[in-house]
Design a protein around this ligand. Structure first.
Ligand SMILES: CC(C)(COP(=O)(O)OP(=O)(O)OC[C@H]1O[C@@H](n2cnc3c(N)ncnc32)[C@H](O)[C@@H]1OP(=O)(O)O)[C@@H](O)C(=O)NCCC(=O)NCCS
Length: 178
């Protein structure tokens, strides 16, 4: 298994991975939604506002994560991790955690201060995230599951409160994703 930064020539393969993985776990309409989200993020986001990493085995992509910039009213260098998928037949082998740690280390090397995500607190706590109250850091859109709003500092032990609103990139700026 190899971990690497994504190659733009693999965008279609990454889209298929998200579509298939989320169709398997959440049903076809969620699969199509997240496949389109991955494609939109990778094709319509400025390069300075985007990171994506893949896990591959035998030259096939078996996992992918996408991180995009979260902007605040003040100067904060922050990214949000979404979406994340490990191919159904490779789940539960530690690949998701390895790929996320690989991505977060790369962000750290690039002086990113904060990472956020929106998902299962049990899984994401294994890679350093914890629940954040919205009075500490506001999510960019209204959350259906406030307990899924998670974050971690990449430069210190805790996230200090951030005043004002946060803003995600255009591809994530859709109420049905939150
Ligand atoms: C969630 C997911 C990314 C985890 O990746 P993974 O490589 O399977 O996970 P790892 O092997 O690194 O870690 C195992 C832990 O992940 C969690 N986990 C595993 N499969 C999971 C699943 N289908 N849903 C939620 N959590 C899961 C469990 O907490 C597990 O811990 P345990 O072994 O102590 O029970 C992967 O299972 C996946 O792509 N699922 C479908 C799509 C999805 O839910 N994406 C994330 C949206 S928040």
């Amino acid at each position: 298994m190899k971990l690497s930064t994504y190659n733009p020539s693999n965008i279609e393969e990454i889209k298929q991975l998200f579509t298939k993985t989320f169709s398997d776990s959440e049903g076809q309409s969620e699969g199509l939604l997240i496949g389109d989200l991955a494609y939109d993020l990778l094709t319509n986001t400025d390069g300075h506002d985007l990171y994506s990493f893949v896990a591959s085995a035998n030259d096939l992509i078996i996992g992918s994560i996408i991180l995009s910039r979260l902007t605040f009213e003040g100067e904060v260098n922050a990214f949000i991790l979404s979406p994340v998928a490990i191919h159904t037949s490779y789940q539960g082998k530690g690949i998701g955690q390895k790929l996320i740690n690989f991505g977060l280390n790369t962000l750290k090397e690039n002086e990113v201060e904060l990472a956020f995500t929106y998902g299962d607190p049990i899984f994401y706590s294994k890679v350093g995230f914890s629940i954040i109250a919205e009075k500490v850091v506001k999510a960019p859109l209204k959350l259906t599951y406030p307990e899924g709003w998670l974050g971690q500092s990449l430069v210190s032990d805790e996230i200090k409160p951030i005043k004002g609103n946060s803003f995600c990139v255009e591809a994530l700026n859709k109420p049905e994703l939150w």
